[in-house]
Structure formats: structure tokens, C-alpha cells
Design a protein around this ligand. Structure first.
Ligand code: L34
Length: 258
């Protein structure tokens, strides 16, 4: 960061949060803390739940033009009356540190990208840093969201994995999961993936963040049973979440150099 700043690059990130979702507030706070820790300037725009679409789009437009802001992130989900797709489309692709804009999504599909979406990129980083090569391996992604499941599958494919995407209509989820050498769970169903669905020696990555009524935070994987079968497994919390934030920092620095 010091070297960047010496060369006149001083990364700035704008984070927009609309409404009072408690989980979103925690995530945004963690992002802000990470910025402080590494020396990225961050601006938080906390808007009331009643914010109109026009007001939100006007803010995005202002931030698109702001020269000291290199990254713009609008924390999802938005309150129901707001159109997430329209907001994503309004963010300048060059400042789209989430890589949710269709231009960036398309670039990822082709394999020639500036940014990777933070959560899937964080998962790939965990895999790589653990010395795991997905080349030729059976990779199963459970979940098909635009934010995680779909780009996750694409990144595993780029690394030459053989990729299967499972979802709520998949006929035999257990059978599919049992084939996985690398299993990524990103469905948002608390502890859906149990030990009996995991092949001995598999690598299990849990993207889930589910708050139970008793306030417990659990993933999409039942950790206790899964860890008996997995060769490597990520916990929740303290697994993919912090990696998502690390990748956001990386994308913000990248955006400042574009
Ligand atoms: N626009 N919306 C946009 N970009 C994103 O990249 C996100 N995401 C997801 C939700 N909406 C978004 C996040 O930031 C999920 N997410 C996220 C970020 C951070 C953490 C979890 C999810 C995180 O810090 N997790 C901590 C625990 C936090 C807690 O105690 O609740 C962990 O250790 O996993």
C-alpha cells in the first residue's frame, strides 16, 4: 500500500447500505474495518429503508463520477421495493468491485476479466493456498445464484475442474455430492450438507451464512459430521466470509490501478 501511495495511487471504496438488515450491517462493518486495517479510504453511505430507486440511482451516478472513488459496492439484498438489477447496471463496470455488472459477468465467462466476484474468488484462493489443484477433479457446486453459484462454477471450470451445478430441483443431491472431490455449498439452507453426503477425503467449502432463531451462525454444511469425512473443510464463521472481504480489498486496489 505504501508503494502504491508513493506512486500516487490512493484507493477509495464507497459502500452503500440501504435499510437496517442486521447481517448486512455486520458485513459492511467488517469491510470498513478491513479498509482501515490496510489503508484503503472508505466512505459509507447508509441510506434509510424508504430510499427511492431514483435517490439510490442518483447516488450511484454521483459516485461513478467521483474521482477519488475507485470502487462502488451496494450491499445486497436491497429492500423489496428497490430494483437490484437496475442498481447493479448503473454502477460503472470500472468501479464494479463486486463484479456483478453484466459487462464484468460476461468477461468472466470468456476468461478475460478485470475483477472476480469476491466470494467465489475467495473460495479459489482458499483452494489454491491449501495446495489443492482442481484440474480434472469432480467439483460440485450446490447453489446457482448469480452472486456465488454460477460464477463459482465458472472459476472452477477455468481451473480445469469437471463441474456439476446442483440446485433445489436436483433429483438426487446426495448422489451428486458423493461424487465430489471438491464440494462448494452455497444454497442458504442451514446444515443441508451432512457427513453422509461427503466422499471420504473430499475438500468441502462452506459459503453458507445462516442465522438460526437461537442466534447461532451456521453454514450450509453440518460441520461436525462433515469434518469426519472431509480431508479439508472451512468453518463458519471464520472461513469464506473473511476471504470475501480480502478479495474486496484486492479488487479495490485493482480498480485504483485501472
Ligand atoms: N454487494 N452484497 C454485495 N457484495 C457482497 O460481497 C456481498 N456479500 C454477501 C451478502 N451481500 C453482498 C458479502 O459481503 C455475503 N457477504 C459477507 C461478507 C462478510 C462476511 C459474511 C458475508 C463476514 O464477515 N463473515 C464473518 C462472520 C460475520 C458474522 O459474525 O455474522 C465470518 O467469519 O464468516
Amino acid at each position: 500500500m505504501e508503494k502504491l501511495k508513493e506512486s500516487g495511487i490512493n484507493p477509495g471504496l464507497a459502500v452503500i447500505i440501504v435499510g437496517e438488515d442486521p447481517a448486512s450491517k455486520i458485513y459492511v462493518r467488517n469491510k470498513k474495518l478491513a479498509c482501515e486495517a490496510i489503508g484503503i479510504r472508505s466512505e459509507e453511505y447508509a441510506l434509510p429503508a424508504e430510499t427511492t430507486q431514483e435517490e439510490l440511482l442518483a447516488l450511484v451516478e454521483t459516485l461513478n463520477k467521483k474521482e477519488d472513488i475507485h470502487g462502488i459496492l451496494c450491499q445486497l439484498p436491497l429492500p423489496k421495493h428497490l430494483d437490484e438489477e437496475a442498481v447493479i447496471n448503473a454502477i460503472s463496470p470500472k468501479k464494479d468491485v463486486d463484479a456483478f455488472h453484466p459487462v464484468n459477468v460476461g468477461k468472466i465467462m470468456i476468461g478475460n476479466f478485470d475483477f472476480l466476484p469476491c466470494t467465489p474468488a475467495g473460495v479459489m484462493e482458499l483452494i489454491k493456498e491449501s495446495g489443492i489443484d482442481v484440474k480434472g477433479k469432480e467439483c460440485v457446486v450446490v447453489g446457482r445464484s448469480n452472486i456465488v453459484g454460477k460464477p463459482m462454477a465458472m472459476l472452477l471450470l477455468h481451473q480445469h475442474g469437471t463441474v456439476t451445478i446442483c440446485h433445489s430441483k436436483t433429483r438426487d443431491l446426495k448422489e451428486a455430492c458423493l461424487r465430489a472431490d471438491v464440494l462448494v455449498a452455497a444454497v442458504g439452507v442451514p446444515e443441508l450438507i451432512t457427513g453422509d453426503m461427503i466422499k471420504e477425503g473430499a475438500v468441502v467449502i462452506d459459503v453458507g451464512m445462516n442465522r438460526l432463531p437461537d442466534k447461532r451462525l451456521v453454514g450450509d454444511v453440518h460441520f461436525e459430521s462433515a469434518k469426519e469425512r472431509a480431508a479439508a473443510i472451512t468453518p463458519v464463521p471464520g472461513g469464506v466470509g473473511p476471504m470475501t472481504i480480502a478479495m474486496l480489498m484486492k479488487n479495490t486496489v485493482k480498480a485504483a490501478t485501472l
